[in-house]
Design a protein around this ligand. Sequence first.
Ligand SMILES: Nc1nc2c(ncn2[C@@H]2O[C@H](COP(=O)(O)OP(=O)(O)O)[C@@H](O)[C@H]2O)c(=O)[nH]1
Ligand SMILES: [Mg+2]
Length: 277
Amino acid sequence: MDNINWYPGHMKKTRELIEENLKMVDLVIEVVDARIPLSSRNPIIDQLVKEKQRIIVLNKSDLADGTANGAWAEKFKKEGNLVLTMNCMKGQGVNQLFKILSDLQNKKNEGQIRNKPLRMMIVGVPNVGKSSLINRMTGRKSAKTGDRPGVTKGKQWLALQNGMQLLDTPGILWPKFEDPKAGLNLAFCGSIKDEILDVADLALELIKVLQIQYPALLKERYKLEELSGDALENMEAIARKRGFILPGKRIDYERCGRTLLDEFRSGTIGNITLEKA
Ligand SMILES: Nc1nc2c(ncn2[C@@H]2O[C@H](COP(=O)(O)OP(=O)(O)O)[C@@H](O)[C@H]2O)c(=O)[nH]1
Ligand SMILES: [Mg+2]
């Protein structure tokens, strides 16, 4: 996870750097988390990218709801983007991505005497899978660590096997931390530090969402006969089922919360998309 503390001057600088980098590329690959396709977008991404050709990558699609992935892909397409559903951890979708890129490359060089390589950059908020995507595209084991917001001076191009050029460092954008709902979604998905809320409170908020959006998965995973309308009661029922009980028969909310969050983040509860298209 990128531990960046965003402050206004920092955001301004990032914005300027990204705008500068954008001038040099033919297209932008915007990576979002398929479980929270709205919350995981930078609040001013459209202002930044403007009319530049864009590919939206719905990443971590392996953790999201398949039906929702399709609906989000449709929605983003209707808005004029090229869209791709990917799993950058496993490399799923990389071939389709290269196919799209090669079509764009052909379009760029149509009627040209000398072929110029397609140039692109990857942008997104922290933790959506930008580095994983770079690694998949370049075929390297590990891309650069020590990410910086935007992209700093001394930028370098990574040559892809097909001759295209990718900016070596992704543009790291600030998340929607001013929108409380987006903040919670990002925290559920592990994109911002758990410290904003304690683990038990965060898990309780997650239960509130899941008991409405995915009641069957919640019941099934924790072997609950029925769900209460009250999230705290559900959390306590889960804790009892799992034996998260402290001396004096007190509920171990902390341990229960930790388990719930871990199981949600790893996809163990099921394929879940928290935001509907
Ligand atoms: N399940 C799953 N995990 C992913 C996927 N892509 C990346 N990750 C994981 O998400 C975390 C953040 O990925 P990273 O590439 O570092 O994100 P970045 O901060 O945007 O560069 C890492 O633990 C990755 O292994 C994906 O498609 N599916
Ligand atoms: Mg990274």
